[in-house]
Ligand binder design. Structure first.
Ligand SMILES: O=C(O)CCC(=O)C(=O)O
Ligand SMILES: [Fe+2]
Length: 368
């Protein structure tokens, strides 16, 4: 737990004025993001592909329906997540992320004493492919945890491959173009737990960031809103759509597409009533894979690449080391393009804070 007593909001969690979430929505009709029908994508339906193209260009986010992942498996995954956070704190701490390791139980890492903390606990695990999994810091004490997570990850891998195949076609590549660029498609699973907070207007569940991988597929528990995306300069809430996944473009896909598909900043807010849980799965390339604009996407920018070419692992390292604020893909932009389509602040660190729970310290990015 972030705090045992949710009524008290310590100073370290209270955001600066300009970063506090505005929780009232002025125009509720303006926050529908596109809804994409997965079953039509599997048939390579051209109208649906156009909708996908529009969603990735204009919002960087969409809801995915008819994805074929059975409800029973999704429920098992959600129960597994709930069981992890239900473990007594002393048990959860046994799975705490070690310094210089990304897997395990943690909280927002503090770069400096002044940095504000997010109102959330997480488990971060590398879950696919199984032959590359170490199970380090996996809460295997939860019954059937490994089986459930691996079954769910395999299903999300199937869904991701299909989305990536359609995106490859939209990027004028062959169907398995994006899959090949990954070298090995790797999946990381983050389980997020946002306890209720008596003053949700003062804190953030998860600070603004973009995800570093290619795409992210997120499922949320119940009908509890919390996710917000930056769209046309405003934070807009994403309404949970029963049975749907929320899918978003990550930095790697933005770079591969030469900035055509947008990796958009997003954040999570809390509420005073009920804990919220979410499970994003980050799809990302192999450490050795190269990220840089693909040739077929250069024509949209007069044949010019907006970003330099870099190994994914080097990008992740710069993501973790970066002290400056600013959307992290800016660090990959060739000098003449810096500042083009920048979205502002993005900086995330994870580990264990020193506020009550103790434990190790470390640096974490999102979707490594
Ligand atoms: O909880 C959410 O809805 C957002 C989670 C998220 O963006 C992340 O973990 O990267
Ligand atoms: Fe995210």
């Amino acid at each position: 737990m972030v705090r045992n007593d949710h009524r008290i909001v310590p100073d370290r969690y209270i955001q600066e004025h300009e970063k506090r979430p505005f929780l009232k929505t002025q125009n509720p009709t303006s926050y529908e993001i596109p809804i994409i029908d997965f079953s039509l994508l599997t048939k390579r339906d051209e109208d649906e592909q156009k909708k996908l193209d529009y969603a990735c260009k204009k919002y960087g986010f969409f809801q995915l329906i008819n994805h074929g992942v059975v409800e029973e498996l999704i429920q098992r995954m959600k129960s597994a997540e709930a069981a992890c956070f239900d473990l007594p704190l002393e048990v959860k701490k046994k799975y705490a992320m070690a310094e210089n390791d990304v897997q395990g139980y943690g909280q927002v890492f503090v770069v400096s004493e002044e940095q504000k903390l997010d109102w959330a606990d997480i488990f971060f695990l590398m879950t696919y492919p199984p032959q590359h999994t170490t199970y380090k810091n996996w809460p295997l004490i939860v019954p059937d945890f490994k089986e459930t997570v691996e079954e769910y990850s395999a299903e999300i891998c199937r869904v991701s491959e299909e989305i990536l195949a359609n995106l490859s076609l939209l990027m004028k590549m062959k169907e398995d173009g994006l899959k090949e660029l990954h070298k090995v498609m790797r999946l990381s699973t983050r389980m997020n737990y946002y306890p209720p907070c008596s003053k949700p207007e003062l804190v953030l569940g998860l600070s603004p960031h973009s995800d570093s991988g290619s795409i992210t597929i997120l499922v949320q528990h119940d009908d509890i809103p919390g996710l917000q995306i930056r769209h046309q300069g405003q934070w807009i809430p994403i309404k949970p759509l029963p049975g749907a996944f929320v899918v978003n473009v990550g930095d790697t896909l933005e770079v591969w597409s030469n900035g055509v598909f947008k990796s958009v900043e997003h954040r999570a807010v809390t509420n005073a009533r009920k804990a919220r849980m979410s499970i994003p799965i980050f799809v990302r390339p192999d450490d050795e894979a190269e990220i840089g604009p693909v040739d077929t996407m250069l024509c949209d920018n007069n044949g010019q690449a907006l970003y330099k070419r870099i190994k994914y692992i080097d990008y992740v390292r710069s993501y973790l080391d970066r002290k400056l604020e600013g959307k992290i893909t800016d660090s990959l932009k060739l000098p003449e393009h810096v500042g083009v389509a920048a979205y502002g602040e993005t900086k995330r660190r994870f580990g264990i804070d020193g506020d009550g729970d103790g434990g190790g310290r470390g640096r974490r990015g999102l979707g490594l």
